[in-house]
Write a protein that binds this ligand. Structure first.
Ligand SMILES: NC(=O)c1ccc[n+]([C@@H]2O[C@H](COP(=O)([O-])OP(=O)(O)OC[C@H]3O[C@@H](n4cnc5c(N)ncnc54)[C@H](OP(=O)(O)O)[C@@H]3O)[C@@H](O)[C@H]2O)c1
Length: 315
């Protein structure tokens, strides 16, 4: 099968199209003919040697944590899925995900049926960012009904889904930060207030929040602690600056925590159903073919994509 292979960690990491053996599904696993695989910042971060790079095994390695496709073969003990089923998945260890390839092996606990009503491109784009938003908004046992929520980087892969999931869960007020050209779109998705992060005074009258989902991290995340209620929670997504933000929160007597989003087939099924029912819209900035992966990574690396970037692996 064809796959985009990384032969060395570098900044930027450079992938080349190569041929490797098709993987074989083990017990409790399925082989998916991959149709669409979403790109996430973790891909290019890992390609530099960051994030979970040390867990990827020997070179050449294949990255990519999410996909949608059609089941081509099932392993022993698999009863819930059969050949021909359309599925989507956010895949992770114990088996490396390796979604930037024509075929992918997946544990059935990490996949969900793809509803007819959503396209493969949407289905391949939503699992990782969607479950990150889903799980972040539930951290700390928050019941969002009636709460004030702030999503930093609302136009990004995670952010645009987090806005919609927060509204779906009954948040009374969902505010977000993005450049002004994105505000109309984010309002359409349900944001009650949009603030231009390039305007230092924009949030002066924003008020305080029960929950802040910080898609930026670093000094930006630290600065937003001023908007967190004393008994609120800030969930910071970029793991590399999580400690900085947790320490800054502690110094103010406030609560911040990091997250590592995890695969979860049941949550993914609920998320996919919400997309199918039109409660959640998946924004796709651009799709690329598998051999155009380096260009897709370049776009993700800009940090200014609107919604998701996706690789169309096959038809
Ligand atoms: N811990 C975990 O499990 C986990 C899971 C998923 C993601 N993450 C991390 O979370 C972060 C966000 O991920 P993502 O996939 O949403 O990223 P993304 O799609 O690359 O985010 C791009 C968006 O960020 C916005 N942006 C850039 N600078 C901004 C600023 N100063 N203030 C507000 N918005 C700004 C851009 O909006 P404009 O175009 O308007 O500038 C753009 O729409 C990444 O660091 C990622 O690695 C962590």
């Amino acid at each position: 099968m064809q796959a985009m292979l990384l032969n060395a960690f570098a900044n930027p990491g450079v992938f080349t199209l190569g041929n490797i053996d098709k993987p074989i599904p083990g017990p409790g696993q399925v082989l998916i003919r991959n149709v669409a695989a979403g790109i996430n910042p973790i891909d290019w971060k890992t390609a530099t040697g960051g994030g979970p790079a040390a867990l990827q095994g020997d070179f050449p390695i294949i990255l990519g944590w999410e996909c949608a496709g059609v089941i081509e073969a099932v392993g022993e003990q698999v009863k819930a899925y059969k050949v021909g089923d359309q599925v989507l998945g956010f895949l992770n260890f114990p088996n490396p995900a390796r979604c930037l390839a024509e075929y992918v092996v997946a544990d059935i606990a990490q996949i969900a049926p793809k509803p007819e009503a959503i396209s493969f491109l949407e289905a391949g784009s939503v699992p990782l960012a969607g479950l990150t938003a889903w799980q972040s908004l539930a951290l700390g046992g928050h019941d969002l009904a009636g709460q004030r929520v702030l999503i930093l980087a609302g136009a990004g892969g995670v952010g645009h889904l987090a806005i919609q999931i927060a509204k779906m869960r009954g948040a009374a007020h969902v505010a977000t930060t993005a450049s002004s050209k994105r505000h109309a779109l984010l309002t359409d998705l349900g944001a009650d207030a949009c603030y231009d992060y390039r305007d230092a005074d924009a949030m002066a009258t924003a008020g305080e929040f029960d929950l802040i989902i910080d898609g930026m991290g670093g000094d930006t995340g630290v600065a937003q602690l001023a908007l967190l209620k004393q008994d609120g929670l800030l969930v910071t997504l970029p793991s590399v600056t999580a400690e900085q933000i947790i320490n800054a929160a502690e110094a103010q007597g406030k609560r911040a925590q990091g997250i590592r989003a995890n695969p979860n087939g049941n949550q993914l099924r609920a998320l996919a159903e919400a997309v199918a029912q039109g409660q959640i819209k998946v924004l796709i900035e651009q799709s690329f073919t598998l051999d155009q992966l380096n260009a897709a990574m370049d776009l993700s690396r800009t940090g200014h994509a609107q919604g998701k970037i996706v690789i169309e692996v096959s038809c």
